[in-house]
Design a protein around this ligand. Sequence first.
Ligand code: GLP
Length: 240
Amino acid sequence: MKVIVAKDYAEMSLRAAEIVAKQIADKPDCVLGLATGSTPEGMYAELIKGCEAGKVDFSAVRTVNLDEYYPIKPENDQSYRYFMNEKLFDHVNIDKANTNVPNGMATDAAGEGARYEKIIEDLGGIDLQVLGIGQNGHIGFNEPAEELDPITHLADLTEETIRVNSRFFESVDDVPKQAFSMGMKSIFGARSIILMASGKNKHNAVAKTLEGKITTLCPATLLNLHPNVVLICDEDAYNG
Ligand code: GLP
């Protein structure tokens, strides 16, 4: 795993945006795997600036998002579809028909998983996957567990994740208890991956990942098995 330590959140965002912009320049119709959460917000803002300046062209880009709460309607302002529209898609020249997020209202979980995997396959796989990391080392919503799911599935969120994510909701009771998430195989199919981390509260998960050993109890550690991962973190996440 290649490691880039940025001095702060702003620099981390810039470095990550540069990698995404280069991917788009190298392959204008590339498939980007995208993440939500606080971590990539600054990167999306940089990409919007790049698009406004005519330096980044999203017109042929296709996207697949990592995860979506369940049950949640796309128009709910806590949904990841809403987040992506608001933080990126509504501000760049992307064709929304080329953007994919799991269906947070799908009642047939297995069917939704199969449908989403088929989308990824039909796109020809993911060129560059952007990942954040949970404080407990989750990626997407692949939570620490003895066994992990390979493909897109309906995941039960841990109490810790529900608590951490409650900062975006009115109360902890409003946080959905489940979410659709790409699985480890869906993520590992990406030709390249950037893992982003910012802040002292991510230090333990980052340090565990950098130890180089692998455990499903910290899903991010499995990224040590992928041949093309760049960790972009700030000094707080790196040093604690
Ligand atoms: C969330 C998401 C992840 C995200 C992670 C970190 O629960 N499911 O995709 O990477 O937790 O979130 P944040 O960037 O807000 O710290």
